[in-house]
Design a protein around this ligand. Structure first.
Ligand code: SF4
Length: 470
């Protein structure tokens, strides 16, 4: 057998890209590639790109400039380095990438990376290969499954894609154009993936999709299953201690999902539910398809189903036509919901989206001032939530050793990092920890003899009063 070739993959952006990068590695492992952390050493470099942030494509082109030098160096040393641009910038820019950066050998969109081995062969034969179609087949069916050793090396938590694409067409977002229409995987295939992960030490699964609760994959009964039913099914798989899902749209929250939070101890009581703005006028301009009153009702349903629920969200400030009153409504919403954490961004137009052509751009100084004000409020709410956790006992899934000798790090139900002094034998176990201290966003605690009272996979209904913000 020939010596393995070296693969370097750099992934940007969302958790879906992290997952896609792992699946590319799994597929190329079967082509005799091994991963290297050093791009200069690699025979194959993949940039798995993201189009969400501002100037995304410019960042890719400057990275490609650096890679051109690495490729020239490799050629001088008698090595043939291939360069692939994958992900959403590849999808959005297509052949434009090789026009601007002839150093690129393969351009492959997020729906086609299962064809990477074939595309690399085509690039060797024809000099270049580009594929940015939205094929009708489930790419996951044709991807090589991860090897047991790769699963174990990646740790006790894992993402599993259950759904891709989006039909919502929020006016600021490129996803419907780069990832295509909503497609759900079959329940049987998802359960097979989860079983394989559980058999190799994974204890926590996060189901991911651009619009994950729009999931409607075919069940073993031949009917479309909602996400709540899928979660019930997966909770029965031996070895799975925790389930999460991300990212959800408020309009796709249905009764099955609420029931799953009520009935499944393994389903963590922490939900990322983006709202983007607290103003009905801005929500309509964003085409979010719900009102703030409806969003409040959804949050109340989750809290009624499980009183230790906590929430995070995304916010955009300075969307075109956002007034002082609209922004004040966003601040009011944050104060009322009392998010455990939230992400906030200044609006920036994405070419090709309807919002990019809207009137009423908010000036840069106002955007800066609104973002600073919102972030200060979010930080204060997060701090209040965290301080309210001190002294309480939470279940923690231990994931890895910490930076200090003898320290083991895990996460609470609310994804807070928790450090304890303990033996590394506890990695992979869910154990109750009494939280004793907090340093920025990290907790310290002691393993407890008492079961957890909040955020517990044993699931009781003790309330986390700090989350209500009321
Ligand atoms: S629901 Fe999410 S992914 Fe879909 S268009 Fe809106 S912001 Fe983009």
């Amino acid at each position: 057998m020939n010596a393995p070739r070296k693969l370097h993959i750099k992934s940007y952006g969302c958790q879906m890209n992290v997952y896609d990068a792992q699946r590319m590695v799994d597929t190329l492992t079967h082509e005799n590639f091994v991963e290297t952390a050093n791009a200069a050493d690699a025979d194959l470099v993949i940039l798995n790109t993201c189009h969400i942030r501002e100037k995304a494509s410019e960042k890719v082109y400057s990275e490609l400039g650096r890679l051109r030098e690495a490729k020239d160096d490799a050629a001088r040393a008698g090595r043939d380095m291939k360069i692939v641009v994958a992900g959403c910038v590849a999808q959005a820019e297509g052949a434009e990438i090789v026009r601007r950066a002839p150093v690129v050998d393969v351009v492959v969109g997020p729906q086609s990376y299962h064809h990477l081995p074939e595309l690399l062969r085509r690039a060797r034969r024809d000099g270049r290969a580009i594929e940015t179609e939205f094929p009708v087949v489930d790419k996951f069916s044709s991807l090589a499954p991860p090897q047991p050793a790769a699963i174990r090396a990646r740790g006790v938590t894992s993402f599993v894609t259950v759904q891709e694409g989006c039909d919502k067409f929020c006016t600021f977002c490129v996803v419907p154009y780069t990832r295509g229409a909503e497609v759900s995987r079959s329940v049987v295939k998802i359960a097979d993936d989860v079983r394989r992960l559980a058999d190799n030490g994974v204890r926590e699964i996060t189901l991911i999709g651009q619009n994950v609760n729009a999931f409607h994959g075919t069940g073993p009964d031949g009917k479309p299953w909602p996400l709540g039913k899928l979660l019930h099914h997966l909770a029965g798989i031996e070895g799975i201690a925790r389930l999460r899902y991300s990212t959800s749209h408020p309009c796709d929250v249905d009764d099955s999902l609420i029931a799953a939070h009520r009935d499944l101890p393994a389903l963590m009581p922490y939900l990322h539910l983006p709202v983007q703005s607290g103003s009905d006028h801005i929500l309509a301009a964003m085409n979010r398809k719900h009102t703030i009153a409806e969003y409040h009702r959804i949050i109340e349903k989750f809290r009624a189903a499980r009183s230790d629920m906590a929430f995070s969200s995304d916010f955009i400030v300075g969307f075109p036509s956002e007034t002082d009153d609209d922004f004040a409504a966003t601040l009011a919403l944050v104060a009322e919901i009392g998010y455990a954490s939230a992400y906030s961004f200044k609006y920036s137009p994405r070419p090709g989206t309807p919002a990019a052509d809207m009137q009423g751009m908010v000036d840069a100084a106002t955007m800066d001032q609104r973002l600073a004000q919102l972030q200060e409020l979010i930080d204060s709410r997060q701090a209040a939530f965290n301080v309210g956790c001190i002294g309480k006992t939470f279940d923690v899934l231990f994931e890895q050793t910490g930076r200090r000798a003898g320290q083991i790090v895990g996460r609470s139900a609310y994804l807070q990092p928790v450090h304890v002094m303990a033996s590394s034998d506890i990695i992979g176990r869910v154990l109750p920890v009494t939280l004793t201290g907090l340093e920025r966003y990290s907790f310290f605690g002691d393993l407890s003899a008492e079961p957890a009272r909040t955020g517990s996979s044993r699931h009781n209904h003790a309330s986390l009063t700090t989350t209500t913000g009321a």
